[in-house]
Design a protein around this ligand. Sequence first.
Ligand code: C2E
Ligand code: MG
Ligand code: MG
Length: 569
Amino acid sequence: MNDNNDIIRILLVEDNPADARLIKEYFGELRETPFLVSEAECIASAVDHVAERHFDVILLDLSLPDSQGMETIHRMHVHAPGIPLVVLTGLDDDELALSAMRHGAQDYLVKGTFDIQLLVRAIRYTIERRRSEAEIKKLAYYDILTGLPNRVLFTDRLKQAIVMAERDRRDTALLFLDLDRFKNVNDSIGHAYGDRLLKITADRIQHCLRSSDTVARIGGDEFVVILPLISGADDVSKVASKILESLNKPVRLEEHEIYSSASIGISVFPDDGSTVDDLLKNADIALYQAKERGRNNFQFFSKEMNVQALTRQLLESSMRQAIARNEFYLVYQPQFDIGNRALVGLEALIRWQHPQKGNIYPLHFIAIAEETGMIIPIGEWVLRTACHQARSWHDEGYPFLRVAVNISARQFKQDNFVSLVKSILDESGLPPGYLELELTESTIMERADKNVQTLLELKKLGVTLAIDDFGTGYSSLSYLKHFPIDRLKIDRSFLRDLALGSDDAAIAEAIIVMAHSLNLDVVAEGVELEEQLDFLHSHKCDTLQGFLMSHPLSVNDVSVLLGRAADSP
Ligand code: C2E
Ligand code: MG
Ligand code: MG
């Protein structure tokens, strides 16, 4: 606060020479005086003094030749906003003193009633108080980790920038930046390194900016940059590229070399919004797009993005009510034995009958449901509905048939997943052997060791397990042996191009051979053509599922199919 820790600089603003002399005499009494007193007799002169040098405290008489009462405090504040004030009043006037404190004075002294001890104490106390106020302000407005402005200060700065841009009829840009895969750093080498990476990121961003720009940290790995009064999109692109480039350099932290990168979304005032909230929201939408486009790039907000985001938002909010409103239903796609073409199973597939949008396929909402966590209640609904349906077909007199249900990673990871499956089996009365759970490779591989446990518990219940979309993930074959799996479903992308000698044909063939060597059944998904059928036949695939045999069917159509199967010899 003061230039030299030992010396306290005081500005005494006092027009009465006798009063001024008295105070100076007080300071003179101190043997080793740490106080350096400068004098001013009016506000104008005081203003000149504070413009010239720093003071630690101002002793201020309220009635001066060029200013009276609270006006004096106000004017001093405007010109020396950071310097604490101790007011000197001539009268023993409590009202006036109180009012002075309300107007921002730190303390007051009544002339003729204080001695040097009291004066020194008031000064020290005042300085200390201002220091802790500044500390509190720092905590309130700055991010402790990086020292950058926090969200509160950022909001304030952006508001100011908007006012200025409006006045000058200029554009102001907002960059919303997020580190790519920052969570991985925290998870793999620890939070201490994550914190250091954030600090380095803060420094690097700052080095790309001018002093009039603001960079703030507003969340874990989220930074925002305000570029005030830009002259065009080119300006902004240059800064964004520069930031990306500097963040792209690997960071060395002891034995760890971290390859970091970032994505940036940009919104521009006034085109993309005229308030802090709108600009932030739209920059965030643009950031989302940048991530979608493979990260490590920047995107300007566009109105079309807004439409996409809105659609998503609408879908998200209507999804929350969809279960209660009975808008989901299941269709069942039959699976056939490749040898005798007998019906051997059904895969339950979800559909959403949306009140406004009509029928929506899982491709358009399962990912959102996974991100938002809605997949948990939805998945539970699917499992329950499929088990009850399988049971009621039996109750109608048809033999039991295996029903396969898709399980998303998030469901599978739930602590209570196994007990949920058990209780649904119990309540529906479906013998466990007729329920098959379809899991994807990535679901199983993510925490392979832990998952083996869960899979074993599921097997103990008596259900069967299949790996869905096999070949699209990167299963470690050695691991596959350890998983208690019953079936592999070859992803339909491998069947698409089965012309002789193609890579896909070789892969499909290898999968079948490998699966059989591990005693696994193989289901081919997405069989659409006779040629595919021939290929699968000659390579001894076990089960077929695809439009060539049957599209997914409604509950009623399945009943018809079951009836026919029962009639056939
Ligand atoms: P999936 O589990 O691989 O399901 C097979 C998908 O392939 C189904 O699409 C099915 O209609 C489609 N299909 C079947 N035969 C053919 C064919 O011959 N040609 C073509 N082009 N497609 C065929 P659908 O119903 O749109 O489901 C897509 C994906 O959504 C499913 O892929 C599954 O991953 C997911 N999904 C569906 N229902 C659920 C559910 O209840 N829970 C979860 N978590 N995911 C589900
Ligand atoms: Mg499936
Ligand atoms: Mg599949």
